[in-house]
Ligand binder design. Structure first.
Ligand code: NAD
Ligand code: UDP
Length: 333
């Protein structure tokens, strides 16, 4: 049985991936400093799966603490989720983003090298495509970033490529996520941002729950199907399954440096998401159209064919499932 070390495993995508890995027969070790999560998700991963695992409350930037994890456990591969992810905050405080996202990755890679663990899955983002060169976006599209958060992802991708060039015994899978939404069917784990959310789905959920009076839709004058922004929303469970497939491939291959888009290939507009949410959950979402949000792009969706062909993975859950499961999680919590 292979053992996977998950950094940031108490977070939104990490906790769902932990569940999928345990259910697919992997052993896991999880680390998180609870900067953007709490102990409940660790307990709930155990509750959902009925399985136990070691958890370390550590900062991934801290090499000594990481070395202890690698000394205590035989680790076969790592999935590196730990990082800060709020675009607006990264614009306001870029040094904090560069320090945490890049330092944690460098510390992790150095310790992995020291312990001869050379298989890594890294959480990148569709944000590395910046203003899309063409649609749908494939992995060879031009890369550019428009904010410090995106730059941390692009720089880390560069670090990983350089590392592989220096020693091609590494097996590295760079996963570029599109827009993860939804939650585990149990309602025990999901996305719960503190304060006022920046992203669309968590915002809609708070409006439906009457914590916020209405949704502001940022612009209806884009050249899209109905004028509102279009994104490739992907259910977090499908995304988590993509990580399992990506690890399976790392264990099959001698070595590799792969890049995969993880998206559905479908673009939905803000209005389509809002209307689907209203319909499947039978709730009200008052909204008003306001100015475009600075830095937003009109449209972004994936060409997921590389993952389909080489990971044998494809997103299966619908926009309806995403809306239902996001709402179920909030109602339960
Ligand atoms: P999240 O904030 O829910 O999870 C990240 C976890 O990492 C949190 O639990 C946080 O406490 C932890 N963490 C942060 N810095 C740490 C450190 N130095 N040491 C230990 N733990 C640390 O975010 P998420 O949505 O689960 O995202 C996971 C990864 O996927 C991130 O790298 C993010 O940038 C990337 N990503 C997310 C999205 C998205 O929309 N959610 C899209 C593309 C890429
Ligand atoms: N959006 C919106 N109101 C909000 C939050 C987001 O209209 O309160 C729109 C945004 O302009 C974009 C889409 O919803 O077109 C998705 O935004 P999100 O921040 O979730 O993802 P990203 O823009 O980072 O892909």
């Amino acid at each position: 049985m292979k053992t996977i070390f998950i950094t940031g495993g108490a977070g939104y995508i990490g906790s769902h991936t932990a569940v999928e890995l345990l259910e697919s027969g992997y052993k896991i070790i999880v680390a998180d400093n609870f900067y953007n999560s709490n102990i409940n998700s660790i307990e709930n991963i155990k509750k959902i799966t009925g399985k136990d695992f070691n958890f370390y409350e550590i900062d991934i930037c801290n090499k000594a603490e990481l070395q202890k994890v690698f000394k205590d456990n035989e680790i076969d591969a790592v999935i590196h989720f730990a990082g800060y992810k709020a675009v607006g905050e990264s614009v306001a405080n870029p040094l904090m983003y560069y320090r945490n996202n890049i330092d944690s990755t460098l510390s992790l890679l150095e310790v992995m090298q020291e312990f001869d663990c050379k298989k890594l899955v890294f959480s990148s983002s569709a944000t590395v495509y910046g203003e899309p060169e063409k649609l749908p976006l494939d992995e060879n599209c031009r890369l550019m970033t428009t904010n410090p958060y995106g730059s941390t992802k692009l720089y880390i991708e560069g670090i990983l490529k350089d590392l592989y060039t220096s020693n091609n015994e590494w097996g590295i899978s760079i996963l570029r996520y599109f827009n993860p939404v939804g939650a585990h069917k149990s309602g025990l784990i999901g996305e719960s941002p503190n304060g006022i959310p920046n992203n669309l789905m968590p915002y809609i959920v708070k409006v439906a729950n009457k914590e916020i009076s209405h949704l502001n839709i940022f612009g209806n004058d884009y050249s899209t199907k109905d004028g509102t922004g279009v994104r490739d929303y992907i259910h977090v469970i499908d995304l988590a399954k993509g990580h399992v497939k990506s690890l399976d491939k790392l264990f099959r291959d001698e070595s590799c440096l792969d890049v995969f888009n993880l998206g559905t290939g479908n673009g939905y507009s803000v209005l389509e998401l809002v209307n689907t949410f209203i319909k499947v959950n039978n709730v009200e979402i008052p909204y008003q159209i306001v100015e475009r949000r600075p830095g937003d792009i009109a449209e972004c969706y994936a060409d997921p064919s590389n993952a389909k062909e080489n990971l044998k993975w494809k997103a299966e859950l619908s926009l309806e499932d995403m809306c239902k499961d996001a709402w179920h999680y909030i109602k339960k919590n």
